[in-house]
Design a protein around this ligand. Structure first.
Ligand code: CDP
Ligand code: MG
Length: 755
C-alpha cells in the first residue's frame, strides 16, 4: 500500500524462486565465512547462515556473538584508520583541538551541553578526557546511549584506544548483559540501564560524571533521565552532567537545566549540494537503486550512503543493485566494482562491521542503511547520500492498543542530518527522492519525541516507585500527552499494579524490580501466587529473546516438522517451555539444537536471562515453586498478564480482540492448530503486522479465567450468580478510576492556569 513496496515485492518473489538467500549475500558482497578474516568452525558457519537465511528472524545481532566478534574483529577499520595509529587518530578528531577549553568549562560548571557534528569525537573522546582530567579518581564516568548497538561498539573502540580489555577499565551494560568489572572507570550503557540504576541508588553515588549522549534522539528513557538527573545535580555538588547533541536544538537542553553553557565543537565539514526530485517518486526503493547506479557509473570516486526504512527494503535494494551490477558486467567489461553493504540493527554484528572496512582500490562502497547511520554510526569517505525521506518510528497505535513500528516521513532536522553525512570527508551531494515542496511543507521541523508517541507503562511504574505521586508534576522537558499517561495508568491498574487511587500496590512494587514489560512481570508474579513460578520463569525468559525456531527457506518442511514435535496443543507459550525443558534434558547441548532446528544462541541467551531473573527473585526472597505436570495452572498465569490481548473466536483461525474488536489471526505456525479445533478464547503475546494481523505466541484460555481475573473487562454469560457481583465490582472500580483520572485532569488544568 505504501510507496516503495513494488520493488520489495518483486525482489522477494525472486528470492523465493532462488530458494536460498545465500545467493543474495554472495551477490551483495557479504560472503559468509569470509568476514574480517575471522576463522569459523563448522558450527558457527551453520549458525551464521541460519541467521541471515531466515526471513524476518535475523536476530542475534548483539549478544554473545557480538562479544566474540568484538574480541577478534579489529581489522574492520576505515581507510584513514589503516594509515594512522589509534593515538594519532584521536588527535585528528575535531574535539581534540578544543580539549583544554572544554575541560575548563566542565571544571567551572556542573552541567554543560556539548554540541558537535557527528563524528567529531564526542562519544569516544569525552569520557577519556574526563578520565585524563582526574574525574575517575573517585567515581565512574558513565555515558548513556539510546541504542544497544552503539553502547557496545563504542565501548569496544574506547577499550582499544585505552589499550585495555573490554570489561576491565572500559565496559558496557545493556539489559541482561553487564560487561563491566571492579576496575571499570568508564562505563557505556543504554539509557534504560541507568534509569533502572536510579531505582537502587537515587543519587547515583558511584558516578562522578554522567554523559548523556545523543540527547537529540530524545528517546523515552533519556527524556525521563533528564528530569531525574536534574535533581541529582541539585543534591550532589560533586556530580557533573554533560549532555551531548548532534544537532542545533541545544538551546532547549540548556534552558531546561537552567541556562547552562553550551559548548560548540568547531565543525570540520564541507558543503553539501542538495538536489531534489522534480516530482514525487512512485517507488522510492527503485528510485534509490537507479540513482545509486547513475552515481556509480557517472560520478567521481566517493562512497554512497542510501537511507531506507528497514530490513526488507534494504535487502531488496541490495539485491537489485547486485543484479544490475551483474548485468552490466556481462555486457560491458570495465565497470568499476561496487561493494554493496547493508546495515540495520538486526544484522549480525560481523556483517555490520563490514561497513567500516576499506574497499579494494578502484572499488566504490554503497552502504544501504536505516536511520542507524543518521547519527549513531559514522563512516568516513561518504560523498553521496541518497535520502528516500522515510524512516521507521515506534508509535502507540490506539486502535491496536500497542506500540507499532510504522513508516513515516522523516523530519527536516533528520533530513539535514542525513545530508550532512556526505560532507565529512569533502564536498558532497545529497539526492533527496522527494520534492523541495514536500521538504518545505510536508516534513515536520524536528521529530516528535518518543515520550509523546509511545506507551508509557514502564515509565509510569518507575516514576510511581520513585514516589512521584502526581505524574503531571514530573519535570518533563516535553510532557507526554495526558491521554498517554492516563491510558498507561489504566493498563497498569488493570494488571493490578496500581490501586484505585493511583498508588503502587504490593504487586506493583514487586513488578518494578524486574527489567521486564509490565505484563511479563505480572505473569511472573502470578506464577508465584499460583505455584508455578519455575515454569513461568522459563516462559518469560523465552519471550525475552528472539524466536528460537530456525526455519530456513530451503528446508521449510523439515524444520516445520521438527517444530511440530515440540507442540503443546493448547499453547505456544507452553510449547516454548517444552522446548526449553527438552533442551535441558539433553544437557543444554548445541548439536541437539541443530538437529531440532533450534537456534542454540537464542536458547543460551534465554538461559542466561532466566538465571538473572532468578537472582532478582532470590533477593526478593520469592521461592521457586513448581506445578510439576499440571500445566493448566500455567495457562492461568499467562492469562492474567494479557487481558488487553484477549481474543474471541470468529471464524476458523480468525479472532477479534475482546476489547477493541480488532481482527487478529492465528499464525500458521501456531501450536493451537494441533488442537484439532480452534478454541473460543485465546490470549496472545503480541500482534505482528505482515500480510495480516497475526497473533504472535497464543494460548487458549477458559472464559471464566478472564471473568475471574479481569472483571473490569469481561463477563461470561453462564457464570450466573457471580456475574452480577462482577458487574457491580467492575462498575465501582471503573468509577473510582475515572474519578482518579478526572482529578488528574483537574490538577493539570490548575497547573496550566497557574503557569
Ligand atoms: O560521537 P561523535 O559522533 O561525535 O563521534 P565518535 O562516535 O566519537 O567518533 C569519532 C571517530 O571514531 C569517528 O571518526 C569514527 O569513525 C571513529 N569510530 C570508529 O572507528 N569505530 C567506532 N566503533 C566508533 C567510532
Ligand atoms: Mg556519538
Amino acid at each position: 500500500s505504501r510507496k516503495g513496496s513494488a520493488l520489495v515485492r518483486e525482489i522477494r518473489d525472486k528470492q523465493s524462486q532462488n530458494k536460498s538467500r545465500q545467493r543474495f549475500w554472495e551477490l551483495a558482497g557479504s560472503k559468509l565465512g569470509d568476514i574480517l578474516g575471522v576463522e569459523k568452525t563448522a558450527e558457527q558457519i551453520d549458525a551464521d547462515t541460519a541467521e541471515v537465511n531466515e526471513e524476518g528472524e535475523v536476530n542475534f545481532k548483539e549478544d554473545a556473538k557480538f562479544a566474540q566478534h568484538m574480541k577478534k574483529g579489529g581489522e574492520a577499520v576505515s581507510d584513514f584508520a589503516k594509515s594512522k595509529s589509534l593515538a594519532e587518530q584521536r588527535q585528528y578528531l575535531p574535539i581534540f583541538s578544543v580539549r583544554d577549553e572544554l575541560l575548563q568549562v566542565i571544571r567551572e560548571n556542573q552541567i554543560v551541553v556539548v554540541v558537535g557534528e557527528t563524528g567529531s569525537g564526542k562519544t569516544t573522546q569525552l569520557t577519556q578526557y574526563l578520565h585524563e582530567d582526574g574525574y575517575t579518581a573517585n567515581g565512574i564516568v558513565g555515558c548513556t546511549q539510546p541504542r544497544r548497538v552503539a553502547a557496545m561498539s563504542v565501548a569496544k573502540r574506547v577499550s582499544e584506544e585505552m589499550e585495555t580489555e573490554l570489561g576491565d577499565k572500559v565496559g558496557y551494560a545493556i539489559r541482561f548483559e553487564d560487561v563491566t568489572g571492579k576496575n571499570t572507570i568508564i562505563k557505556y550503557m543504554t539509557d534504560g540501564v541507568l534509569l533502572r540504576e536510579t531505582l537502587k541508588d537515587a543519587e547515583l553515588d558511584k558516578y562522578r560524571v554522567i554523559v548523556m549522549d545523543e540527547a537529540h534522539e530524545r528517546s523515552l528513557n533519556t527524556d525521563v533521565l533528564f528530569g531525574i538527573l536534574k535533581k541529582v545535580v541539585a543534591q550532589r555538588r560533586d556530580f557533573k552532567l554533560i549532555v551531548t547533541s548532534a544537532t542545533l536544538n541545544a538551546q532547549k537542553f540548556s534552558d531546561f537545566f537552567g541556562s547552562v553553557p553550551i559548548f560548540h565543537i568547531p565543525g570540520r565539514t564541507f558543503p553539501v549540494k542538495t538536489l531534489y526530485s522534480k516530482s514525487p517518486c512512485e517507488d522510492y526503493v527503485a528510485a534509490a537503486v537507479k540513482q545509486a547506479m547513475a552515481i556509480h557509473v557517472q560520478s567521481p570516486a566517493g562512497d554512497i550512503l542510501i537511507f531506507m526504512t528497514g530490513q526488507d527494503e534494504i535487502e531488496a535494494a541490495c539485491y537489485s543493485l547486485a543484479e544490475r551490477m551483474e548485468q552490466m558486467a556481462a555486457s560491458t567489461k570495465d565497470v568499476p566494482k561496487l561493494l554493496i553493504l547493508p546495515i540495520y540493527s538486526q544484522l549480525p554484528a560481523d556483517l555490520q562491521a563490514k561497513i567500516f572496512q576499506k574497499a579494494e582500490d578502484g572499488a566504490r562502497k554503497c552502504i544501504v542503511a536505516t536511520n542507524i547511520a543518521e547519527t549513531s554510526l559514522t563512516v568516513d569517505g561518504i560523498f553521496y547520500v541518497i535520502d528516500t525521506g522515510y524512516g521507521k518510528m515506534k508509535v502507540y497505535n490506539p486502535r491496536m492498543g500497542m506500540d507499532a513500528l510504522q513508516v513515516f516521513p522523516v523530519s527536516q532536522a533528520a533530513a539535514n542530518q542525513r545530508a550532512g553525512r556526505a560532507g565529512r570527508t569533502g564536498p558532497g551531494t545529497c539526492y533527496r527522492l522527494y520534492t523541495e515542496n514536500a521538504y518545505l511543507n510536508e516534513l515536520l521541523p524536528s521529530p516528535v519525541p518518543e515520550i509523546q508517541r509511545t506507551n508509557l507503562g514502564n515509565v509510569v511504574l518507575l516514576l510511581k516507585s520513585l514516589k512521584i505521586e502526581n505524574l503531571l508534576d514530573f519535570d518533563f522537558m516535553d510532557p507526554p500527552p495526558q491521554d498517554n499517561i492516563l491510558n498507561s495508568m489504566y493498563q497498569l491498574w488493570v494488571l493490578g499494579a496500581l490501586s484505585n487511587v493511583g498508588g503502587l500496590t504490593d504487586l506493583g512494587w514487586k513488578m518494578v524490580e524486574f527489567p521486564l514489560d509490565p505484563p511479563l512481570a505480572k505473569m511472573l508474579l502470578m506464577g508465584e501466587q499460583l505455584g508455578c513460578l519455575n515454569e513461568v520463569l522459563t516462559i518469560v525468559s523465552m519471550l525475552s529473546v528472539p524466536s528460537v525456531f530456525f526455519r530456513p527457506k530451503d528446508r521449510a518442511e523439515e524444520s516445520d516438522a521438527a517444530r511440530e514435535k515440540f507442540f503443546v496443543p493448547e499453547s505456544d507459550h507452553l510449547t516454548l517451555l517444552n522446548v526449553f525443558l527438552q533442551w535441558k534434558e539433553h544437557q543444554y547441548r548445541g548439536d541437539w539444537c541443530n538437529d531440532h532446528y533450534l537456534h542454540v544462541k537464542g536458547l543460551r541467551k534465554a538461559r542466561e536471562v532466566r538465571s538473572q531473573l532468578l537472582d532478582i527473585l532470590k533477593t526478593l526472597k520469592i521461592p521457586l515453586t513448581t506445578c510439576g505436570h499440571d500445566w493448566d495452572v500455567i495457562r492461568k498465569a499467562i492469562c492474567s498478564a494479557y487481558f488487553h490481548n484477549a481474543a474471541r473466536l470468529k471464524g476458523v483461525g480468525e479472532y477479534v480482540n475482546c476489547r477493541s474488536g480488532m481482527p487478529c489471526h492465528l499464525h500458521p505456525t501456531s501450536a493451537l492448530y494441533g488442537l484439532g479445533y480452534t478454541p473460543d478464547y485465546v490470549v496472545y503475546h503480541e500482534l505482528v503486522l505482515t500480510t495480516k494481523e497475526y497473533m504472535q505466541c497464543a494460548t487458549s484460555v477458559e472464559p471464566q479465567w478472564l471473568a475471574e481475573m479481569g472483571p473490569m473487562f469481561f463477563s461470561v454469560k453462564d457464570s450466573d450468580t457471580s456475574m452480577l457481583e462482577h458487574k457491580k465490582k467492575q462498575k465501582e472500580e471503573k468509577t473510582a478510576m475515572e474519578e482518579e483520572m478526572e482529578n488528574l485532569r483537574k490538577a493539570q488544568a490548575e497547573d496550566e492556569r497557574r503557569n
